[in-house]
Design a protein around this ligand. Structure first.
Ligand SMILES: Cc1ncc(COP(=O)(O)O)c(C=O)c1O
Length: 438
């Protein structure tokens, strides 16, 4: 897998681009998304699965779905859609957006659409409509209400069910409201034969941790027992969907060959022991391909001394740029990007908002190392997943700071293309959003 971060001549490069050059070319505050990172991640995971499938002689396929919830950017979903095997949706609105993508690319009509999340009637009706139009759509039942509602439609809709696995997630810390309980699953397994619904997918989602091998296989085995049970009852069962949570390469290093091989060998072994056919596996990946596609770049616009460490103040809000880090402790790399051969100073970063929580430093060390220079820039590396949906992209932000300029870079037929998706937000735009006359 391509190594994204490099340092040369005192400057930080990301995905082959000198970040300070990009800052000077487009101006700051700036968000840059490299669509090719999304493509590369998807293709390399699919390659690793294919290689491992051949090595372990696995008798099924792997389908890569893009979990749209990670980033609702049209360009990001489109890039993922082209190279993946389908989309995973989490709401009615997400499904509507996904279907627009399928309409744009009729040649991909057969790619999967897997519908997750709790489903009110509008979502269920839209699923049934998409099915009637010939889309390759699977509804993952998350609540018995959904099952009963779809049953009444009396159509050959393909369904799966999500398994509730909260007991293994240190319940007091991370209770999980998703999925069906054992008795609900047994009810469906008993009842579905009396309906027109077709059971073809068994699903669980790891949630919350990035591939801790012990936990992964412990949960996997509990969930997989439902595949074995369902497969013995219904030949229509063919997919085992293990959700998201694919590990990210730390600084470019992660052995995806070993990861995919371990999963396929494990599933094969379980199937042989239990005398069931090996399923097609589905992965619903969000963070894995989206997170590292985006970086934010800021200029240090002032310094202040009010305590043990000097404050280096950047020209945007750190809190807006990485809400997941502040709210959920999600790690995001923050680094100076120029003057890296100069003397470093122990400092703390602050956004230019009037918000005392809009600060950043290494929690263990208590400071952030930054060159002691007048023209410093910093970057946040890996803000491409979940930040946009948490920070209200396109809206009004705290202290009415303008949303930063939004640029995408990608390759088309070997030519590099750059598109400014949005200029720096204007005061008029902010007033319009607030319904203020100007
Ligand atoms: C059902 C389901 N699938 C996939 C994902 C994507 O997970 P990740 O972004 O860790 O790959 C999520 C994330 O919440 C999810 O709830």
């Amino acid at each position: 897998m391509k190594k994204l971060i490099e340092e040369k001549d005192g400057k930080l490069y990301y995905n082959g681009y000198c970040l300070v050059d990009l800052a000077k070319r487009f101006g700051t505050p700036l968000t840059i998304t490299f669509l090719d990172v999304i493509k590369e991640r998807i293709l390399s995971l699919k390659d690793a699965f294919l290689k491992s499938k051949n090595e372990v002689n696995y008798d099924g396929n792997f389908y890569y779905l893009n979990a749209n919830k990670a980033n609702y950017g049209k360009d990001e979903i489109e890039s993922a859609f082209i190279y993946s095997d389908g989309l995973e949706t989490s709401s009615f609105y997400d499904l509507v957006l996904s279907l627009k993508m399928y309409e744009k690319y009729p040649e991909f009509k057969d790619k999967l659409i897997v519908c997750n999340g709790l489903k009110p009637d509008d979502y269920l009706d839209a699923i049934a409509l998409a099915h009637s139009k010939g889309y390759n759509i699977i509804t993952i039942i998350d609540d018995i209400y959904e099952y009963e509602y779809l049953k009444k439609k009396d159509i050959n809709l393909r369904i799966g069910f999500r398994i509730h696995l909260s007991s293994l997630y240190e319940p007091e810390v991370k209770d999980d409201r998703f999925g069906l309980m054992d008795d609900e699953i047994n009810y469906i397994l008993d009842d579905v034969k009396n309906t027109k619904l077709i059971l073809d997918t068994i699903h669980y989602h790891q949630r919350g941790f990035d591939f801790e091998e012990d936990k992964f296989f412990k949960n996997f085995d509990i969930a997989f027992a439902y595949y074995i049970k369902a497969k013995k009852l219904y030949d229509s069962v063919k997919y085992f969907d293990f959700g998201g949570g694919t590990p990210l390469p730390i600084e470019g290093e992660y052995d995806y060959d070993a990861y995919t091989k371990a999963i396929l060998a494990h599933v094969k072994d379980l199937c042989i022991k239990n005398d069931v056919k090996q399923p097609d596996l589905i992965g619903e990946n969000g963070k894995y391909s989206q997170k590292d596609s985006t970086v934010n770049i800021y200029k240090v616009v002032g310094t202040k001394n009010t305590g043990q460490y000097p404050w280096y103040i950047v020209d945007s809000s750190l809190l807006i740029a990485m809400p997941e880090m502040y709210a959920l402790g999600e790690p995001i790399l923050v680094k100076p990007i120029n003057n890296l051969n100069e003397k470093m100073v122990e400092a703390r970063l602050a956004g230019i908002t009037c918000d005392c929580d809009d600060v950043y430093f290494d929690k263990e060390k208590g400071y952030f190392l930054i060159p002691e220079c007048d023209d410093d820039y910093i970057a946040l590396l890996g803000t491409g997943s979940y930040q946009n949906s948490m920070n209200g992209k396109g809206g009004v932000h705290h202290c009415m700071l303008p949303e930063e300029k939004d640029v995408i870079i990608y390759n088309k037929n070997g030519t590099e293309l750059v598109k400014v998706r949005k200029e720096l937000q204007t005061i008029e735009n902010i007033y319009d959003l607030l319904n203020i006359k100007h």
